[in-house]
Design a protein around this ligand. Structure first.
Ligand code: DX5
Ligand code: ZN
Length: 213
């Protein structure tokens, strides 16, 4: 069954505990978007927020690093409570070493790619990944429009995972709503990230439920 990972970027930061409890009660994973204003043209939040969420989280925490030199912060995210950590393929010169660092720090390791990077560039790293993160918008902002070519990208990477007999999961992130969730799961997505369609809804719990169905 597909897992739902609400993006806390769209949460209500004045009432974060309320939104954390919604995820605890109804979703599967906390998706934490970390932006540095360099790898992407936006800045999100950092360790104080991650640590605050960790104090209340009863579901795994998934740090999506949109930062240059991710290696520098892998240990800090593990200490802050992350259970899964992904970084972007083109944010480092040494992806294999960084993936090994993530695992050595006790987290599940993921490689992320933006929509303009061929999915085939992930292939040689799949055996080193616990999951891959296929962006269905360009990393940097919540609330963007879903890019339709994502379906075939998911199918391509999923086929390669199956062909190689690997257990790597496929996470998809950006512009996901109840309108496209079913098609994404059918294409092979294992984890669906959703920000604005969950926390922008009048009833976030119901939105999570309809993403699942
Ligand atoms: C975009 C982030 C996403 C984003 C998803 O850079 O990686 O996780 O917050 O938000 P929505 O679901 O609103 O596209
Ligand atoms: Zn994300």
């Amino acid at each position: 069954m597909v897992r739902i990972a609400p993006s806390m970027l769209s949460a209500d930061f004045l009432h974060l505990e309320k939104d954390v409890e919604t995820v605890n009660a109804h979703a599967d994973i906390f998706h934490l978007d970390i932006m540095d204003g360099v790898f992407v043209p936006n800045i999100s939040y950092g360790f104080p927020v991650v640590e605050a969420i960790a104090r209340k989280a009863r579901k795994p925490m998934d740090a999506h690093l949109m930062i240059i030199r991710p290696e520098k912060y892998i240990g800090r995210f593990a200490e802050a409570g992350a259970d899964m950590l992904s970084f972007h393929l083109n944010a480092t010169d040494t992806p294999s070493e960084a993936l090994a660092m993530v695992k050595d720090a006790g987290m599940q390791a993921g490689l992320a790619i933006n929509p303009d990077i061929p999915v085939e560039s992930l292939f040689k790293y799949l055996h080193e990944c616990d999951f891959v993160l296929i962006m269905s918008v360009f990393a940097g902002f919540g609330g963007q429009k879903f890019i339709e070519t994502t379906y075939s990208r998911i199918e391509t990477v999923k086929n390669e995972i199956m062909r190689s007999g690997l257990s790597c999961l496929v996470e998809v992130d950006g512009g996901i709503s109840p309108a496209n969730a079913r098609s994404l799961a059918d294409a092979g997505a294992d984890i669906l990230v959703a920000g604005s369609s969950v926390f922008g809804a009048s009833d976030p719990a119901a939105a999570i439920l309809s993403l699942r169905q």
